[in-house]
Structure formats: C-alpha cells, structure tokens
Ligand binder design. Structure first.
Ligand code: 26Q
Length: 752
C-alpha cells in the first residue's frame, strides 16, 4: 500500500479534503500502527529508568522522524496543499516535567531505544502535568494544562498493582507509550495512574483539596509544596511511583523465570534524582516477602540501583520527616530504620553519613549513596564539586562509586526536528552518518573557510529568525525585527540562573539608548520560562521583565533599538521554535550552581554562541570550541564557593561602590516602572538585590555588561561570527545523548 492510500484509509477521504485535525488523527493512527509492528528491543538485561518527570514533548513529528518517514509524509501533504507543521500543532503537549531533569529523561529514552538497549521508563501519568503559564497584569498565573484528550500515544493496559498508602489499599493502572528508536526497535514508557482521580476537584487556578488522595494523586506534577499537605502529597506520589515500578520489575523478572537472587544480572535501575529513592526500601521489602533476608535483599538492591544527582542546592536535596513517612508509608519504616542502623553501625554513628539525622529526617540521597552502586553528577565540574565539597564525606568512604556522566541531548529532536534546514545542509555537506555517529559532525570543520557554506548556514539562521518573528507576532502580537540580534535566555526561573542579571542589563541598555548611545544594530532580548507557583522572588523577576517589555516596546525612542520578549508558557514546542533562531545563548548562572544545563548544548548545536559563566557544562563547551568561540565572564566556582564559606559577599558593597549598579537597581522602582507594575513586588525585588542577593547577581554584573558589549560588537564582524557559529555546531557532537547513554551503559548498566 502506498503511504497516501494508507493515510487515506484512516481518513476516509482524500488528504486534500481533510482538516489539520483530521490529518493529525490519521497520522497518529499511522504511527501507532507502525509502532505496533515494530519488535521490542531484545536483550538479557533490562534497564528501568525511574523518574518523576518525562518531559517528552509532542510525539508525532519525532515518531515520524524515528520511523524514517517524516520527509515523505511532509512532501506528500505539501503536494496536497497541507502543511505538516500545522498538523503537528494540533497535538497537545504533555507537560510532564519541570525542565532540565525531565527533558534529560526524554532524550535518554530516545537514545536508549536508538542504541538498541533494552530499557523502559517508569513514571506517573499526571493529568495536568505542570501548570500552564498565563500573564495578567504583567504577572505569572497558573492554570491547569490539560493534555489527556485521548488523541495521543498512550495505551491503557490492564496491568494493575495493589498499592498501600497510609494503611489503605489502592489499585493502580499502567498506561504505556511506545518509545521508537531512530530507525530502530522500540521500548516502553510506563506511566502509572489511579482510575479514581477526579479532574473536577480542581478549582480556582490550580487549587484543589490536597487531602483526598484517591481523587488527587496524579492530578499535577509537584503540586505546590509550600504547605504541609502539598509536601505530603509528594510523598504519596513518590511511593505510588516506586511501588508500581518495583512490582512491575518483579513481575517481569518472575515471568522470565529469573532467580530474584540474581536480579543484578537481569535488571538495572537508574534513580533520577532523589524523587524515586524510596524504590530502594520498597524493593527490599518486596524481596523479603519472597523469603530473602534483609541483609541479602539490601545487597541485591545495592547492585541493581544507581543514583544520579542533578543539583547541589541544599534545599532541593530531599529530606522527609519521619512522621510523614510513618503516616504515609509505615510499611517502609522498619526497612529504612534497618538501613540506618546498618549505616550507623558500619560508620560508628557518623552524623554526616547517617540516613536519619538528629531532627528525625530521612535523607533520601544518603540512602541512595549507601545502598546504590553508583553515584553520578551530570557535568565534569558538577561531579568534582560533589566529590570534593557537597558529598565529600561520601566520596571519602565510597570513592569508586562516584563517576561523571556529562548530560546530552538527542539530535533527532534538537536538530532534525527543530532545525530541519540545518540538518539537510549538514546531510548534503558531510553525509548522514552524524545522525547516529555524533563525532562525524566535526567533519564540518573542513568548511570553516568555505564562504558559500558559511553563507548558507547564516541564511538558515536568518530564516529561523523570520520564523520566530512571525510566530511571536501571531501568538503574542509583538513585532520583532529578524535583522536584530536575538539574545536568548530560556529556562526555569530561579535566582541562581540569574535572569535578573540579564534584566538589569536590559535596564542598562535602555538607559544608554536614552542617553543617545545607540547600539550598532537592534537587539531583541528573549526570555522564556516558568517560576514555581510558590517562589515569590522568581515571580518578581518575571514581573520585572514583563514590566520592562511593556515600557521598552512601547517607547518610540528606544524600541527601534531594543525589544524585550517574554515567551508565554515556554515548553518543548516553543523551545524548538526559539533555539534555532538564537544568536546569543545566555548561560549566566552563578558559577557552581548550575549542575550542567542542557539548553546550552541545544543552542550550541544550532549554531548560537554562548555568553556564559564557567559553570556546569559551559566549561566543557569552552573546552570544545576554544576561547575564541565562546564569551565567558564572572567569578569562578572556586571563588564563589569560598565566598559562601566565608560569608564574604555583601551585595550592598557593590551597590554602593558602583554608581552604575546603583542606577540600574534603582530603576526597578523608577516612576516609569511603578506606573506599569506592582509597587510592592518591584520594591521587594529591589530590596532583595541590595540586601540579600543570595545568588550574587551584583558580583558579576559589571563583568557581564562588559563581555556582552564585546560580543555585540563582534557580531558586526559577520564573517568572524559565522565561523564561530560553525565551530559551535561542528564541535557539539560530544553533547549527543547517544554518547551519554553509551557511557552510562559502559560504566553503570552493562546491558550488553
Ligand atoms: C524537590 C523537592 C521538593 C519539590 C521539588 C523538588 C524538585 C523538583 C524538580 C527538585 C528538582 C527538580 C528538578 C531539577 C532539575 O531539573 N535539575 C536540572 O537537571 C538538569 C539535567 O541534569 C541539569 O542540566 C540542570 O543543571 C539542573 O538544574
């Protein structure tokens, strides 16, 4: 059957007569049918990647690419007067993640299947995912982000497990999604849910009764944890996730007639941050029910489980009060206490190593490190900080468990789907090997002096900028000049990521323009990202940016030279639109605080030049591209760590010492901004910057302004800039998640 007739059987009409929505339904059926027929990846040992987040993005385009039929479908539709991109827009995006950690899990699933490794994801089927972001009065508001409209890849299964929560029995249900490898076979993402969850209890934004577990358990990803009930709900969710995972693993292994005492021969579990850590005591508990002693069960589980750390921020390292656990998962308490007892006995009650601390809190990461066989950080610098600072007591006793796995991104989504013209140009220039052999990208370096090639790359960037401009005009009615420099910072809003520093630069530039110091070329500063609903300071930064956008974009004196865009509800689809259009990639976290970053890699792959601190994977980007193709500034991680240790940073000193800084920070409560914004919120933000500034914005501000000016000036050396763009793309092979996954397999999973 031809592709055309196949699609038309699903449509029941000619393609040219169908609406985009009907075409979406038909293509979804086509993909499901083809996926159904694909064999599962085979192998003796299987990986279970357990994660509270899988930020998988829209599936249709990616699946068509991995099935090898994207271009064919696109051309066929075009012949019939249809646009595949418009059809793809009809899919609802599942927002099953916050940001980096969740997106990493999605890139990993793609690479695992592509590399023909047997490995499934296990997580939760959140009905509304994370919230949807709206703007009103220049502030963020949250509303439910509904995605379960039945038109997606999820398959309801009849796999159900009994789960005990707070002494009551519940019955879970498993939903499965095929994970199709690039030109390969398939694995599965298992998302667990409760049939009784009731979406109608959500009232007033994203508020709901946090107490009724049977109705609310999987409504949202990380419901507001600013109160007790919210935090407890996280424990319910986490245990529900891992008990399902553990039961699934044992069920599958028993069906294969494997001896559970040899579990480590047949199964590997990766614990994605501490959110799934309770899988350790849960699996021990279930093995004990099979007649295995606790000591033996703990040994087995230790050989199966491995832990990935994604942060050094102390507040993100989960510590659950014993009385929460006692209430929600009393069945785990004897196990956790037993593990804690074993640790105290082995290490002479060393407070630093104990799982349960003096305030009766259970440290999830500590349990992972004692009762897992591997501990990895997500970029070279991050792993070094873990070993020598943050987790030093553990490195001292378990040096062999520590290893680095620098993050990666899947090229199938982040260039083939997001930047198809660039992918085609690469194909034409060096062949298609780079899609599965990322090192081949480096062959592009042969064209570093090839003017016509550089010109074509630049033309593609320009087209991507035009595409972004028309998208933002259509969605948010903002006029953007595609000939301006696109300066982009898109990521979750957090003080350590220092969007506020970029906003202060916007104020500086605004004041410069007012003084008549005009930039050589207009600049468009693009922000995007969500703040946690209860994170006041992050919301205040969003407020400042939205107020600045209102002021600047409507000022006829300034707006021809400077525009500010805050993308609403930044998500994967918007990332795919924004990243290929970027010239300057802002990666300006306070050194030592960004574990890795992964958008930095996506920008690099798409030929943007990084403006960044020596933090996370920026350090590895610099090593790859060389100092001439990156702009770095700011205090080093060693200096920053020392400042924390000695309490040596006082924002006020910088505020008082540099008149320019005083002026910029002062502008936050200028008449012009107070006319637009909320006086209290702006004042609170300003006070925080002057008197607290925990993430040291003012420390690096002058260096940032200086480096950014240099960079903007260098943009005018068009030939030089095009070469930098090429170097960035050509050297980004290392950041393919295929490379990362090969390393996980080589050092941790040993699947084959
Ligand atoms: C913890 C406790 C209570 C409530 C929420 C949380 C919580 C939720 C989400 C803690 C952490 C997260 C997500 C973290 C995350 O996305 N980290 C990022 O992981 C990326 C992939 O490794 C890195 O590139 C980023 O540097 C890191 O910030």
């Amino acid at each position: 059957m031809t592709l055309e007739s196949e699609i038309e059987t699903y449509l029941n009409k000619p393609i040219s007569n169908a609406t985009d929505l009907q075409l979406y339904d038909a293509l979804l059926s086509l993909v499901k049918h083809k996926a159904e027929k694909l064999p599962e990846v085979s192998g003796e040992k299987k990986l279970y990647y357990i994660s509270a987040e899988f930020l998988i993005g829209k599936q249709l385009g990616k699946n068509l690419i991995n099935l090898g039929i994207y271009d064919e479908v696109k051309q066929l539709l075009a012949k019939k007067g249809k646009d595949l991109s418009c059809v793809e827009e009809k899919e609802k995006e599942p927002s099953l993640g916050n940001g980096g950690l969740g997106r990493l899990a999605a890139c990993f699933l793609d690479s695992i299947a592509t590399l023909d490794m047997k490995g499934d994801g296990v997580g939760l089927n959140y009905h509304f995912g994370l919230f949807k972001q709206e703007f009103k009065d220049h502030k963020q508001y949250e509303i439910p982000d509904e995605w379960l409209d039945g038109k997606n890849m999820l398959k309801k299964t009849d796999v159900c497990f009994p789960i005990e929560l707070a002494g009551k029995m519940y019955t879970s249900r498993m939903y499965d999604m095929d994970v199709i490898g690039f030109k390969g076979n398939k694995n599965t993402l298992h998302l667990f849910d409760l049939d009784t969850v009731d979406e109608s209890i959500v009232k007033d934004g994203i508020d709901f009764d946090k107490k009724d577990i049977s109705k609310n358990l999987t409504l949202f990803l990380y419901p507001d944890d600013s109160d007790d009930a919210g935090r407890k709900l996280r424990v319910y969710q986490q245990y529900f996730m891992v008990s399902n995972a553990a039961q699934l693993i044992l069920k599958e292994q028993k069906a294969l007639k494997h001896d559970l005492k040899d579990l480590d021969k047949y199964a590997a579990i990766q614990i994605n941050d501490t959110h799934p850590s309770m899988v350790i005591p849960e699996l021990i508990r279930l093995l004990m029910q099979e007649g295995i002693t606790m000591k033996k069960a703990a040994d087995i589980v230790s050989n199966v489980c491995a832990y990935t750390n994604h942060t050094i921020l102390a507040e993100a390292l989960e510590k659950w009060p014993m009385d929460y656990l006692q209430e929600v998962v009393p069945q785990l308490m004897p196990i956790i206490e037993g593990l804690d007892y074993a640790v105290s006995a082995a290490f002479h009650d060393n407070e630093e190593l104990n799982i349960i601390d003096a305030q009766n809190r259970v440290h999830m990461a500590k349990m992972d490190m004692h009762f897992g066989h591997s501990i990895n950080g997500v970029a070279a610098l991050h792993t070094e900080i873990l070993k020598h600072k943050e987790l030093k007591p553990f490195y001292d006793v378990y040096p062999d468990k520590f290893n680095n796995k620098t993050n990666g991104i899947t090229f199938r989504r982040w260039i083939m789907h997001a930047d198809p013209e660039l992918a085609d140009l690469v194909d034409e220039t060096i062949g298609e090997d780079w899609k599965t052999d990322e090192n081949a990208l480096e062959k592009l370096m042969d064209h570093i002096e090839d003017e016509s090639f550089l010109g074509r790359m630049d033309e593609i960037k320009h087209q991507n900028k035009v595409r972004f401009a028309s998208f933002i005009k259509q969605k948010q009615n903002i006029d953007v000049d595609p000939d301006s420099i696109y300066d982009v910072q898109v990521k979750r809003f957090h003080e350590y990521k220092r969007q506020q520093m970029n906003a202060l630069w916007v104020i500086w530039k605004y004041m410069q323009i007012k003084k008549g110091n005009l930039p050589q070329r207009p600049i468009t500063v693009i922000f995007g990202g969500k703040a946690a609903p209860a994170y006041y300071q992050a919301k205040a930064v969003i407020h400042l940016i939205l107020c600045l956008a209102e002021l600047i974009n409507n000022d006829p004196e300034v707006s021809p030279y400077l525009k500010v865009v805050m993308i609403k509800n930044y998500n994967i689809a918007k990332a795919e639109m924004t990243i290929p259009a970027c010239d300057i990639s802002e990666q300006i976290s306070l050194a030592s605080k960004e574990a890795s970053g992964t958008s930095n890699m996506k920008f690099m792959l798409n030929g943007a030049v990084t403006l960044g601190t020596n933090d996370g994977a920026n350090v590895e980007i610099r090593d790859l591209v060389g100092n001439d193709s990156i702009y770095t500034f700011g205090r080093s991680s060693d200096e920053v760590i020392k400042l924390y240790e000695t309490a040596g940073y006082h924002a006020k000193d910088y505020y008082e010492k540099y008149p320019e800084i005083k002026e910029m920070v002062g502008f936050i409560t200028s008449k012009a901004l107070l006319k637009i914004g909320d006086a209290k919120m702006l004042k609170d933000l300003q006070d925080n910057l002057i008197n607290k500034d925990w993430f040291m914005t003012l420390l690096d501000l002058e260096a940032y302004i200086e480096e950014k000016e240099k960079m903007l000036g260098d943009y005018e050396d068009r030939e030089g800039w095009k070469r930098m763009a090429l170097v960035n793309t050509a050297k980004s092979g290392f950041f393919s998640s295929d490379r990362t996954i090969r390393e996980y397999n080589r050092d941790i999973w040993h699947l084959k």
